[in-house]
Write a protein that binds this ligand. Structure first.
Ligand code: NAP
Length: 282
């Protein structure tokens, strides 16, 4: 299965759906990433704080070697943690991530959380710009940035992130962030794209759309993400679910089906209680 690509504002491109790897670690993590690659995922999301870059990197390298898949066909993404926000420390962090992944270059490096209380996100972003100049990061982006914080790093550096990975699912549709991303040419990546433990699989808007198209409720939700222009990162440890979550390019939701799913949440109400303005992840 070939996955449609999204263009990034630095002239590169990225698969329009990816595989989430938190909390997949160790032997289970290795098996899950291998089966995801076997199923056809070509974008793998990791982070220093997931403590799985070694496992993710080994699974990717083994898969490439055994399948003959070229390195350029796989997009590897990781995130630097809050405790590495000093510019020099951010640069070191990227080098260490590349070493743990066993790769010469990481396709996408993100700031995991802005941590505005600590207030070093400008330094962290300068570090990512440096990492890109060193060639360690092909593309650079952010995660969990809100509108003002995005504006600050762009004004400070003159460099616009290629993407912003944010909480986004049918209960939290992030209209303001999606509009700002569209204005700035930033791809919206969705974390917890299914809604994790609060997924709305039996809610009529989702269940009815799934039944109408002969797909699972999770597929209906992921298709909703794709049609909104978001890049979802579903996580599953189950090979069957991994495969079906990727199989969302053979049907299309109607406008009323899209609107019904988009109407499920309460505007502005986060589900997982992690507001970028106050959350700190070190
Ligand atoms: P999610 O992908 O919305 O949901 C994952 C849960 O849904 C798992 O419990 C999984 O169980 C289940 N699931 C997956 N496919 C399913 C299906 N087809 N039918 C029924 N259940 C299914 O939530 P998430 O793991 O929180 O988010 C995804 C990724 O986003 C993470 O892995 C991580 O890479 C990223 N993330 C980033 C941040 C950030 O701050 N940047 C925060 C959170 C998450 P099984 O594994 O048992 O299938």
């Amino acid at each position: 299965m070939s996955i449609p690509q999204l263009n990034l504002n630095d002239g590169t491109s990225i698969p329009s759906i990816g595989f989430g790897t938190w909390p997949l670690v160790g032997a289970e993590g290795y098996r899950a990433v291998r089966s995801a690659l076997d199923a056809g995922y070509r974008l793998i999301d990791s982070a220093v704080n997931y403590e799985n870059e070694g496992t993710v990197g080994k699974a990717i390298r083994d898969f490439m070697r055994e399948s003959g898949t070229p390195r350029g066909d796989i997009t590897v993404q990781t995130k630097i943690p809050g405790r590495h926000h000093d510019t020099g420390r951010a640069v070191q962090s990227g080098f260490e991530s590349a070493a743990r992944l066993g790769l010469d270059q990481i396709d996408v490096v993100l700031i995991h959380w802005p941590n505005p209380i600590t207030g070093k996100y400008l330094e962290a972003w300068r570090g990512l710009v440096e990492l890109q100049n060193h060639g360690i990061a092909r593309s650079i982006g952010v995660s969990n940035f809100n509108v003002p914080l995005l504006g600050e790093i762009i004004a400070d550096s003159g460099v616009t992130p290629v993407l912003n990975q944010i909480e986004l699912h049918p209960l939290f549709i992030q209209e303001e962030m999606r509009a700002e991303h569209a204005r700035l040419g930033i791809v919206t990546q969705s974390w917890s794209p299914l809604g994790k433990r609060k997924a709305q699989y039996t809610t009529p808007a989702v269940a009815d759309a799934a039944a109408a198209h002969g797909v699972t409720p999770a597929q209906a939700v992921l298709r909703w993400q794709i049609q909104l222009g978001n890049l979802p990162l579903p996580k599953s440890a189950t090979p069957e679910r991994q495969a079906s979550n990727l199989d969302v390019f053979g049907f299309a939701l109607s406008e009323p089906e899209m609107a019904a799913i988009s109407a499920l949440g309460t505007p502005g109400e986060r589900l997982f209680d992690a507001d970028p303005a106050t959350h700190e992840e070190m």
